[in-house]
Design a protein around this ligand. Structure first.
Ligand SMILES: [Ca+2]
Length: 428
């Protein structure tokens, strides 16, 4: 298989735009974006339900952790792993038409723990998985909502926004959550509230299930639910919750060739994209830029990669200050930032009245340097450097007469090395 990385054909756009009078104040560029059908990088969190019924699953995961990581690392060249776990809140609650002892304090139950932040060090990850204890969990529903909510809110996890993000979740039951009870949906049950970080039912940080699922999707955290091989009762519930209008993840029964199964599941997600979209990063410049098309949707990639073209039109408003304007265009594959372009736009006021192909906007004569029509005269003993508007030196002129029309249209700076003077020249 060919492994590639996302790319955009020009990492930097430099242009000069004249606005006002008869000048249009616009410029048109094109961008070609290459999107490979596999991930250049990924961050993968292993998540475990540690409650009693998960005993066999936990042993299986511990025995296969190295094989799973080796397999993923052979498919994705830059991959990091981490570990999180839960049992349940070690309290009793009576809320949302449900009463129960969620978990056991005596057993050491906890609703969420980050056991290992994302790291390249697979030995650390293997050690974290091996040391996970088997806990209790009391009632049947568990704090799955809390763990998934922490995937969005625990900054210590260390997700990279430029990489694919997965939660490989080993579990066998359903979450606490007031809105799990909803008779308009195909799967519905009273499971109480998930009380959130304050562990108090009915406060503002209680976690609601359906908004959580959508937040996972829009923030690019893709759950892959590995339902226990010994308890598949809730497989169809999880499959519903992972549908593309909710979490847009995957729910399967944990198989017996687990390393290959996980590698295949992760790889399969790389083939499809909901939306591929360019976004102007800085809010002040959003109105300056139009993309055609605005985005691509419903993409299925053909290996090894597909390319996508965008026409970028810059429209500089008449009120824009003259000078250099710098901003970025970010390209998002769903919630993964796959590439960026730096934009340098030199904006100048356009002054009418220069019909000749080359005109000098100011300082026709400065010192002994003379710019006239299409030529520049450099007297004996002087040296002139010519800079483009973005600051690159593009020429050195010794004494004599030189033709400026070779430069092409644009704004240039002529620097008199000995006299220390800078002249601005606009070539039209
Ligand atoms: Ca429980």
């Amino acid at each position: 298989m060919i492994w590639a990385i996302s790319w955009v054909i020009s990492p930097v756009i430099n242009d000069t735009i004249y606005k006002g009078d008869t000048c249009p104040g616009t410029a048109v560029h094109s961008a070609m974006l290459g999107i490979p059908s596999n991930y250049a990088c990924a961050d993968i969190m292993f998540a475990f339900d540690l409650t009693g019924s998960m005993s066999g699953e936990l042993s299986y995961a511990q025995a296969n952790a190295s094989a799973i990581m080796d397999s993923l690392a052979s498919s994705i060249s830059d991959v990091r792993f981490g570990v999180a776990s839960q049992a349940d809140y070690p309290n009793s609650y009576s809320y949302c038409s449900y009463s129960g002892s969620y978990g056991s304090g005596g057993c050491g139950d906890y609703p969420y723990s980050l056991n290992q932040p994302l790291t390249y060090d697979t030995a650390l990850v293997r050690a974290a998985i091996s040391s996970l204890p088997l806990l209790c969990g009391s009632d049947a529903p568990e704090s799955y909502a809390r763990l998934l909510w922490e995937m969005l809110n625990d900054a210590s996890i260390g997700w990279r926004t430029t990489c694919a993000r997965f939660v490989l979740y080993w579990l066998d039951n359903i979450p606490h959550g007031c809105d799990i009870y909803d008779p308009t949906r195909p799967y519905s049950a009273y499971t109480g509230t998930d009380p959130g970080r304050d562990a108090l039912a009915g406060t503002s940080d209680d976690i609601y299930w359906y908004p959580l699922l959508r937040n996972l999707r829009t923030n690019g955290i893709k759950p892959i639910i590995l339902v226990s091989a010994s308890s598949t009762t809730y497989l169809t519930w999880w499959q519903y919750w992972m549908t593309d209008t909710l979490a847009n993840g995957i729910a399967v029964v944990r198989g017996t060739a687990i390393a290959r199964q996980i590698d295949s599941l992760v790889g399969s997600t790389a083939l499809t994209i909901d939306t591929l979209r360019p976004v102007v990063r800085e809010a002040a410049y959003v109105s300056w830029v139009t993309f055609t098309p605005p985005y691509y949707a419903g993409i299925t990639l053909t290996p090894p990669e597909d390319t996508f073209n965008f026409t970028i039109t810059f429209n500089v408003p008449a009120s824009a200050p003259s000078g250099l304007h710098t901003f970025h265009i970010d390209y998002y594959r769903d919630a993964i930032l796959v590439d960026s372009q730096l934009v340098n736009l030199w904006v100048y006021d356009c002054t009418a009245g220069y019909d000749d192909p080359i005109a000098v906007w100011e300082n026709v004569k400065e010192g002994k340097i003379l710019i006239k029509g299409t030529s520049i005269y450099v007297p004996d003993g002087l040296v002139v450097h010519i800079y483009s508007a973005d600051g690159k030196r593009i020429g050195v002129l010794n004494s004599g007469t030189h033709n400026l029309s070779k430069l092409g249209k644009g704004v240039y700076f002529v620097y008199d090395v000995k006299g220390g003077k800078t002249l601005r020249v606009i070539v039209r």
